[in-house]
Design a protein around this ligand. Structure first.
Ligand code: APR
Length: 228
């Protein structure tokens, strides 16, 4: 059996990383257009650089939870027959031990050079525009895919979704495409679909099964069933 797991902000919520759509429509006090669009970056680069510098600092002090750890355990069982596709920019999956992982919306702990396109690992601040370690030009931005930009790895993700037997969506509201369309694609090509989320999402095509609850409870329970 081949498994594709799609994760969203809900899997990291209990680690202390805020989700996007559960609170007041603001993201850490900002409108999404200000801090998560190319236009917002053009209008006020310092605000955007500072925003992601703060997110990076906050993410450094959080830890993977039982749901991240359960997925790493599942990968140890399934190896190459499993792929995690995450919309999250935090590094909690890799810190939990997941290796077969695609960050379709980029990574908080990388920068991207708009001059030479390098994507260096990045722990520190981007405000003040440190030079790109590859080309030396002061053209670094957060390696986060903003609204209106192309996510990473789409071909590889679509191939994996199209050939999986089980598609599992964890902790995502299903509001943002193309990720929101993967369950329907998997189902159309014959896979079973399962949603593990705090509340059932408004999926365009219903999942075969929905288990509502906290990720730290429902994900380990599901993994236990599979590897038993
Ligand atoms: N356990 C399980 N699910 C949870 C938990 C939890 N502890 N807490 C919240 N959730 C669920 C919510 O019910 C919601 O359905 O997680 C989902 C989070 O949804 P969003 O905040 O919309 O996050 P996500 O789906 O990852 O957003 C997609 O939008 O702006 C962006 O690019 C950003 O990658 C992000 C994308």
């Amino acid at each position: 059996m081949r498994i594709v797991v799609l994760t969203g902000a809900g899997i990291s919520a209990e680690s202390g990383v805020p989700t996007f759509r559960d609170a007041d429509g603001l993201w850490e006090g900002h409108r999404v257009e200000e801090v998560a669009t190319p236009e917002g970056f053009e209008a006020d680069p310092d605000l955007v650089l500072q925003f992601y510098d703060e997110r990076r600092r906050a993410s450094a002090s959080v830890h993977p939870n039982a749901a991240h750890l359960a997925l790493a355990r599942l990968e140890r069982e399934f190896g190459e027959r499993m792929l995690v596709v995450t919309q999250n920019v935090d590094d909690l999956h890799e810190r939990a031990g997941t290796h077969r992982l695609l960050h379709m919306h980029g990574e908080l702990f990388r920068a991207r050079c708009t001059h030479c396109r390098a994507r260096p690992q990045w722990q520190g601040d981007l405000i003040g525009l440190p030079p790109c370690p590859e080309c030396g030009v002061a053209a670094l931005r957060p390696d986060v895919v903003w609204f209106g930009e192309m996510p990473y790895g789409l071909d590889e993700i679509e191939r994996a979704v199209a050939t999986c037997d089980l598609f599992v969506s964890i902790g995502t509201s299903g509001a943002v495409y193309p990720a929101a369309g993967y369950a329907a694609l998997a189902a159309a090509l014959g896979a079973r679909t399962l949603e593990l989320n705090l509340v059932p999402s408004d999926a365009a095509v219903p999942f075969d099964e929905v288990r509502a609850g906290l990720a730290t409870v429902v994900v380990p329970a599901w993994v236990d069933e599979l590897v038993r």
